[in-house]
Design a protein around this ligand. Structure first.
Ligand SMILES: Nc1ncnc2c1ncn2[C@@H]1O[C@H](COP(=O)(O)OP(=O)(O)OP(=O)(O)O)[C@@H](O)[C@H]1O
Ligand SMILES: [Mg+2]
Length: 505
């Protein structure tokens, strides 16, 4: 195996933070190389160095034996390194074809549309992608938008493709298809750097795995030399995985009663269609379903971000249908949203301010008409410790935090007011295994105190482990309930595809 890329002793600091301390590793031609590490370990920073977005303080990068110095993403692209971005850089109103053209250099003014189109179409066919070149981007699923980003890089003949948590936003089915494509690219001799927190995926796709811990590369292992538990113990080291227990004394009191609820989307179609659900006090109700079957609308209508066109939501005997977000929060409904960067946080405000954003008007953070800065700081310190949030010096804006740590800020804030109902969409997305377990513990401990949770997740293992009951959604309707202690993955799978109705429980 010849090395395409070598990284030696890379160091990158930000004011008050050592993001990368000393990182070395190599990527061979035709390999899928996974970077694994806890939230804040430095994975994304390293990729930003590699794509020329950040300059390292010290260290060396060589490509095919030649030292390189990147001053911008353009430089790294010119050397055949391309990154599939998480926050897609696409123009929604333009077609797929136009978006791909926009990304290409050297398109002649009077370019031959047909030739380009044929070439892109050839790539689509070769990799068997489900993508129509004339569709406007806003109509596409996240999975399809990711194909566009990938095609852009292939059109530029990139030899090293970087995918930073590509599967975090994909359904399990879409992730499988992505893996097929990655394997094919590898067979063509391309190299891939893959980042994921999902062990199942890491085991499936990696030729080698490099473990990053607190900004240091600690080991590179080849397939055959690692298994899930070995990787986990290298990654977590001596840190403890939190333990928790299920709430065994559930009551039959209904805290949330959703009756015949319908929600229409922007295109006038039904996101929720005559949806019925009863949530019991102290229970964790898992919602299974392929993403896009109304889960997001359910969360949004419950938290006052969307209006219902029909039906009622009764919380503790009070009708809260179509009340606003602030009101539903006061009614005790907390929300962990899917899209953390747009509705979960205020990116330019500090971690401390984000942590009190929903309680700033009241309680302990007010001193007469002023904000009580000391109390805000004390609260931040407490939450940062409790949730092991990795952040910079006091006052660091939230947007500088790593993806997983932003998620932890949202969860810490939403749970701090002891809500009676928690609506959580994919709460452990992007979290490392230790942090995911901590969030499970927080939800389970909340249940013991009487908090009820609607847990919307894709990972069936997560749902089966945490839930007291599982409800399955399909095309905006509730298909039925299953008992996690008695059901099987197959049974849930059939219900998710609408082929089988569960019981009532
Ligand atoms: N622009 C920046 N300014 C200040 N600190 C930063 C900046 N970018 C990253 N950091 C810090 O560098 C550290 C590493 O962050 P990075 O995003 O690389 O982690 P990660 O391994 O990708 O984590 P995750 O799994 O959560 O995505 C974090 O402590 C983060 O707060
Ligand atoms: Mg990251």
């Amino acid at each position: 195996m010849s090395d395409l890329l070598q990284i030696k002793n890379i160091r990158k600091t930000f004011p008050g933070v050592v993001a990368l301390d000393d990182v070395s590793f190599a990527v061979a031609r035709g390999e899928i190389h996974t970077l694994l590490g806890e939230n804040g370990a430095g994975k994304s920073t390293l990729m930003n160095v590699l794509t020329g977005l950040y300059h390292p303080d010290s260290g060396k990068i060589t490509i095919a034996g030649q030292p390189v110095h990147f001053t911008s993403p353009r430089d790294s692209l010119a050397h055949g390194i391309g990154m599939v971005h998480q926050h897609f850089m696409l123009v929604p109103a333009h077609s797929v074809f136009e978006n791909i053209l926009l990304a290409l250099d050297n398109v002649p003014n009077l370019f031959n549309r047909k030739t380009y189109k044929a070439e892109i179409q050839r790539l689509i066919d070769e990799f068997n992608l489900d993508l129509d070149l004339d569709t406007p981007v806003w109509k596409l699923s996240i999975g399809a938008q990711q194909w566009i980003e990938l095609i852009k890089l292939l059109m530029r003949d990139c030899q090293l493709l970087i995918l930073d948590e590509p599967t975090a936003v994909l359904t399990p089915q879409e992730a499988d298809r992505l893996f097929d494509v990655l394997r094919r690219l590898k067979d063509q001799g391309k190299s891939i750097i893959f980042i994921s927190h999902k062990m199942r995926e890491v085991m499936e796709i990696s030729d080698r795995v490099t473990i990053l811990k607190k900004g240091n590369s600690i080991e590179t292992l080849s397939r055959g030399d690692f298994d899930e538990s070995k990787l986990a113990s290298l990654m977590i080291g001596r840190d403890k995985i939190p333990q928790w227990q299920k709430n065994l004394q559930m009551s039959n009191e209904i805290v949330l009663d959703i009756q015949e609820l319908s929600v229409r989307n922007d295109r006038g179609l039904a996101d929720l269609d005559n949806f019925n659900l009863k949530l019991k006090k102290g229970e964790i109700l898992g919602i299974a379903g392929v993403a896009g079957n109304g889960q997001k609308a359910l969360a949004e209508v419950l938290t006052g971000l969307k209006n219902a066109s029909q039906g009622r939501i009764i919380a503790k005997g009070e009708d809260i249908t179509n009340s606003n977000a602030r009101y539903s929060y006061i009614a005790g409904i907390a929300h962990i949203p899917e899209d953390r960067k747009t509705i979960g946080i205020a990116p330019d405000m500090s971690v401390g301010e984000n942590l009190i954003m929903k309680s700033f008007k009241s309680g302990p953070f007010r001193n007469w008409i002023f904000q009580d800065k000391k109390a805000i700081r004390r609260n931040a310190e407490e939450k940062i410790e409790q949730f092991a949030i990795k952040t910079g010096p006091d006052g660091t804006p939230v947007r500088y935090l790593s993806g997983g740590n932003i998620q932890k800020v949202i969860i810490a804030r939403e749970l701090s007011e002891h809500p009676s109902v928690l609506v959580a969409l994919y709460p452990t997305r992007g979290l490392d295994i230790g942090s995911a377990e901590y969030v499970h513990k927080v939800i389970a401990d909340g249940a013991v105190r009487g908090m009820s949770t609607i847990l919307i997740a894709e990972d069936l293992d997560e749902l089966l482990k945490l839930s007291d009951r599982i409800a399955v959604m399909f095309r905006g309707k509730l298909v039925g309930y299953v008992d996690p202690r008695k059901t099987t993955r197959e049974e849930i799978g059939l219900m998710m595809s609408g082929e089988f109705q569960g019981g009532t429980l």
